[in-house]
Design a protein around this ligand. Structure first.
Ligand code: HEC
Length: 116
């Protein structure tokens, strides 16, 4: 009887451990990972530090947004996300729909927020 109890106690500990491991692995926005994506996909226009000061900027009308500026930082995550996913018609900002995993998008946003 007592060995059965020990067995089910063991099972409970294992299940709790799994739940914890799953929670730890759940996506948490990582600005450093976002920076890597930014440097690969966005800096050619928005500049190395997001100020919109890339070499390309001189050739674009309107110029790429200064992501560090209040005008951008005062927008909600949902608004920034929408622009990244849909692009902005009439500007060089194209749609990144399907380009990133949900977690990568969260990392990108976390990086943009770190620029303010
Ligand atoms: C080909 C140039 C180009 C690239 C590459 C580019 N952007 Fe843009 N981006 C722009 C332009 C141009 C605008 C629009 C500026 C405006 O509306 O005045 C813009 C606007 C934005 C805005 C909206 C800012 C605001 O205040 O509303 C966000 C956010 C943004 N870009 C993020 C990104 C991210 C993240 C990437 C990389 C995944 C990226 N952009 C890649 C040119 C670019």
């Amino acid at each position: 009887m007592s060995s059965m109890r020990a067995g089910s106690l063991f099972a409970i500990v294992v299940v709790l451990g799994l739940v914890q491991a799953t929670m730890a692995a759940s996506p948490k926005a990582n600005p450093d990972a976002g920076k890597k994506i930014y440097l690969e996909s966005c800096q050619s226009c928005h500049g190395p530090t997001g100020k919109g000061d890339s070499d390309m900027a001189a050739y674009l009308t309107p110029p790429p947004a200064n992501l560090t500026a209040k005008a951008t930082q005062s927008k909600t995550d949902a608004q920034l996300r929408k622009t990244i996913l849909e692009g902005r018609p009439g500007t060089a900002m194209s749609s990144y729909d399907g380009a990133f995993e949900e977690s990568q998008l969260a990392d990108l946003l976390a990086y943009i927020r770190s620029l303010k």
